[in-house]
Design a protein around this ligand. Structure first.
Ligand code: UD1
Length: 427
């Protein structure tokens, strides 16, 4: 298994290109199942999760033509996804267990094919993460659902019908699954307490380009008027706000200055607000978003993760790494996932002073981090260890790098181009 070796202490200086958002790309790819005409998606990131979704769609009979890639696949890529001849409605365990977002094929398959058999995703490192809310909402649209042998068996032979759904908890994937399903349901669907993450707005815009009728995009109430069929369309994936925030922390934690090309500040207002209080400076200009540390150094700030437009849970681990070297203490409260402090024991090994009490972690800052061998446990936890390694004295060796490859494209290349001493050790 590959490892990432970092020798910390170099301030980052340079330019980093922000790629297309993984969490927008995955539901957008699943949306191709809603039409018998091709969906052309551009600005797709080059990531392991995108490959997993490509494999899943191929198993379902979708023809995936890849083009538009620069040599080495380094530019945002373009896929033409043609689901004219889908041959299967089964998402097998082997693919779903690799990536929970595979469950996003459930709504589209059910809506267009009238049936779907999707493996239950099961737990993952950051919590139990059930899909009960997806299933309840699909039942409200008339689906018959049975759980057997580890699979979700869903049927709507006569098609789905519109309904009024109010999610008891904000769920990103649940909102996406129901939004896609509702586009082909008979009649109107209202989705209340919908997640407002920008990736959902991106999906909704693409669905509209395919002929769907959706009102309330960007709000917590989505109104969908079902149509008979969707047609082909082209759509460019929006920039990755979590990649943007991660590299902003990289600049801050090393005391450097980076220009993030293609970043959109309107997608990360909460992150900019909190990092601004910490002492990170953001200058948005025509050539990109410039991020640096203000002269006053870094100050500990309390933080609570929340659904969008609040501070994203996917930035919590990176923020914690930053707080370990800030002046003063910080209380970080995780409200979205119950077990999302897996990075804490690894950060301890690097000299961090963090005390977890239930859903909150108290970080006592001002620590001199030192390099250590550490273990990646999930995607965002892994990148927090890389960030800590960039600031630490000595060598950090991050194991289980496959977690990073799920969501960060050419991480080590992007960082080393800015002066970080970082390399992938292949094995
Ligand atoms: C998505 C993102 C993930 C991000 C998360 C929260 C993708 C591919 N992944 O994950 O990166 O961390 O949003 O912003 O976009 N829940 C239930 N029952 C359900 C569904 C969810 O109890 O049926 C709970 C979850 O366990 C969790 C909370 O609701 O505690 C939010 O989960 P959700 O928003 O659904 O996350 P994902 O869509 O899985």
């Amino acid at each position: 298994m590959d490892q990432i070796r970092i020798r910390g202490g170099n301030p980052l200086h340079g330019t980093i290109q922000i790629g297309g958002a993984k969490n927008a790309a995955l539901p957008l790819m699943a949306a191709c199942l809603l039409s018998d005409e091709p969906l052309v998606l551009s600005n797709l990131p080059h990531l392991a999760d995108i490959a997993t979704m490509t494999n899943l769609l191929s198993e379902l009979g979708v023809n995936v033509a890849m083009n538009g890639s620069a040599p080495g696949g380094h530019a945002g890529r373009t896929f033409k996804l043609d689901a004219a001849k889908t041959t299967d409605t089964i998402a097998p365990y082997d693919l779903v267990r690799k990536m929970r977002a595979s469950v996003l094929v459930l709504g589209p398959l059910l809506a267009r094919q009238g049936r779907a058999r999707v493996s239950l995703p099961g737990g993952c490192a950051i919590g139990t993460r059930p899909v009960d809310l997806h299933l309840k909402a699909l039942e409200q649209l008339g689906a018959e659902i049975e759980l057997a042998e580890g699979y979700i068996d869903a049927r709507a032979e006569a098609g789905l019908t519109g309904g009024h759904i109010v999610f008891p908890t904000v769920t990103v994937g649940g909102t996406e699954n129901i939004l896609m399903a509702a586009t082909l349901a008979r009649g109107d669907t209202v989705i209340g307490n919908a997640a407002r993450e920008p990736e959902i707005g991106d999906l909704a815009k693409c669905l509209c380009a395919m002929g769907a009728e959706i009102d309330g995009i960007g709000s917590d109430t989505l109104r969908v008027r079902g149509v008979e069929r969707l047609h082909g369309a082209g759509h460019a994936v929006l920039p990755d706000r979590i990649e943007t925030g991660t590299y902003a922390v990289a600049a801050a934690i090393t005391g450097g200055e980076v220009l993030l090309k293609g970043a959109r500040t309107d997608l990360i207002e909460a992150v900019i607000d909190v990092l601004g209080q910490v002492g990170v400076r953001f200058d948005d200009g025509p050539d990109g978003l410039r991020v640096s540390r203000t002269n006053g150094g870094l100050t500990g700030v309390d933080l609570m993760t929340e659904p969008y437009p609040g501070f994203p849970t996917d930035m919590q681990a990176q923020f914690m790494a930053l707080m370990t070297v800030a002046n003063g203490a910080s209380m970080i409260t995780e409200t979205i996932f119950e077990n999302r402090f897996m990075h804490v024991p690894e950060l301890h090994r690097m000299g961090a002073d963090i005390n977890v009490q239930g859903r909150s972690a108290i970080v006592r800052g001002n620590q001199k981090l030192s390099g250590a061998p550490v273990m990646a446990t999930d995607l965002r936890a892994s990148v927090s260890l890389v960030l800590a390694g960039l600031a630490a004295q000595g060598e950090t060796l991050v194991n289980r790098v496959y977690h990073l490859d799920r969501g960060y494209e050419r991480l080590e290349e992007k960082l080393s181009a800015c002066g970080a001493d970082i390399e992938r050790v292949r094995s």
